[in-house]
Design a protein around this ligand. Structure first.
Ligand code: DSN
Length: 436
């Protein structure tokens, strides 16, 4: 592993953990729907000397000197993001998706204002109003749900009624565990009716939107879109806030209008919420956005969807109950209680034993607690990056079903683990040099 020779020499303890993680990633199957593997170029940008630089502010408007290259790289990231997502402005500085959402809320809302977001057990994210978040102490989160969990159709009538009653200032389309496409036109018409900002949290599917294989909320008139950069978009950990409107000077507070959202959002990220942006992360985001414009990325995104459909079909044919009975995107939720009379945590632990990593998840209106919910979320972005296609999905489905069936048979589980490892070694993880 030539690029880690210095670390190996100077800090063998940390080096051992890095090496262990490389081995874990290479020898196991990653089915966590929000994870992926970055390219060697992205790893190089992340490891670049941009990590040394403070650059509070925005290109051309910084508070410290020495910004000729930080300005250039941030401008590259911004321009690439705008072109890919067809919007007027991009802020590429949020350190994470949670911060991007918080910055968007704080740009537009006053304490006590309402946000209408997806119910957490129906697929919404923590930052969409979990009572354990700080934002839930500041803003009022109201909910919409699916009206039919067999198809995943949302209850747009209930959403409209709630919006009229609660007068949210933001209507938030987006999810962390929902396997179907949203009706963005319906969201936008409800937002218009009550004068709310239409915001999309597309963290999970922004790579699929970038590739044009799923719909883009901006094509339906949305005002703001947040996304992380490390899920289907396959970049480094990080986030962006994309918006439509007039781009102004972030050094001056503009009037609070929807047209001024780009500037309000910039000011909300810095100086409102964060200090110095992580410029090594920005450089790596620029690289990821460059990769997302390549024809091979479109092919990659198409294969994610094909793989997810194949995996979902295989699981259902094997007797699993999936929330909404399938998927239109990269993820699926297995109702483990209904399928195997086990909870999601038990199945997550079982799959860990055979080298398959997944994440427990609530099912709609789950009565089980968050640490042992009824479901398990599976996704195909990472395995697709390794070049796996439909036949490989069949192997993974068969391995998971066999693990469930033989869960009390230690020898059988060990055998399965060895088979999964042998399988994984045939699909190198990009960016990870062969481990000795
Ligand atoms: N942790 C991410 C996910 O798994 O969906 C969202 O923040």
């Amino acid at each position: 592993m030539p690029i880690y020779t210095s670390l190996q020499r100077t800090d063998p303890d940390v080096y051992a953990t890095v090496k262990g993680e490389m081995r874990r990633e290479q020898e196991g199957v990653e089915l966590i729907a929000s994870e992926n593997y970055v390219s060697a170029s992205i790893l190089e940008a992340l490891g670049s000397p941009f990590t040394n630089k403070y650059s509070e502010g925005y290109p051309g408007k910084r508070y410290y000197g020495g910004q000729q290259f930080t300005d250039a790289v941030e401008t590259l990231a911004i321009e690439r993001a705008k072109a890919i997502f067809r919007c007027d402005h991009a802020n590429v500085q949020p350190a994470s998706g949670a911060e991007a959402n918080v910055a968007a809320y704080l740009a537009w809302l006053e304490p006590g204002d309402a946000i209408l977001g997806m119910d957490l057990s129906h697929g919404g994210h923590l930052t969409h109003g979990s009572p354990v978040t700080h934002m839930a102490r500041i803003f009022r989160f109201v909910r919409y749900k699916m009206k039919d969990i067999e198809t995943g159709a949302l209850d747009y009538d209930q959403m409209r009624e709630t919006a009229k009653k609660e007068k949210p200032k933001i209507i938030l389309a987006g999810f962390t565990a929902y396997p179907r496409e949203l009706d963005y036109a319906a969201f936008k018409s409800i937002a218009d009716e009550v004068g709310a900002v239409a915001m999309a949290d597309m963290a999970h599917i922004s790579g699929l939107i970038a590739a044009g294989v799923l719909k883009n909320p901006f094509d339906f008139g949305f005002h703001v879109m947040t996304t992380t950069t490390h899920k289907t978009l396959r970049g480094p950990r990080g986030a962006m806030i994309l918006s439509k409107g007039t781009v102004g000077n972030p050094l001056r507070a503009p009037e609070k209008t929807i047209a001024n959202l780009p500037t309000l959002l910039d000011r909300s990220v810095f100086p409102g919420l964060q200090g110095g942006p992580h410029m090594h992360q920005t450089a790596a985001i620029a690289v990821a956005l460059g990769e997302a414009t390549q024809p091979s990325f479109k092919e990659y995104a198409r294969q994610i969807l094909k793989n997810a459909k194949r995996m979902a079909r295989g699981l259902m044919e094997g007797g699993c109950k999936l929330v909404t009975n399938g998927t239109d995107n990269h993820l699926m939720i297995v109702n483990c209680v209904q399928s195997f009379n086990l909870n999601g945590k038990e199945v997550e632990n079982l799959f860990d034993r055979i080298g398959i990593t997944a994440s427990k998840s609530p099912v709609p209106d789950d009565t089980n607690p968050p640490f042992s919910p009824s479901g398990l979320r599976l996704g195909t972005p990472a395995v697709t990056t390794r070049g796996m296609k439909e036949p490989e999905m069949d192997f993974l489905v068969a391995s998971m079903l066999r693990a469930i069936e033989k869960r009390s048979d230690e020898a059988e589980l060990e055998k399965l683990h060895a088979e999964v490892k042998e399988f994984c070694l045939k699909y190198p993880v990009p960016g990870i040099a062969a481990s000795d």
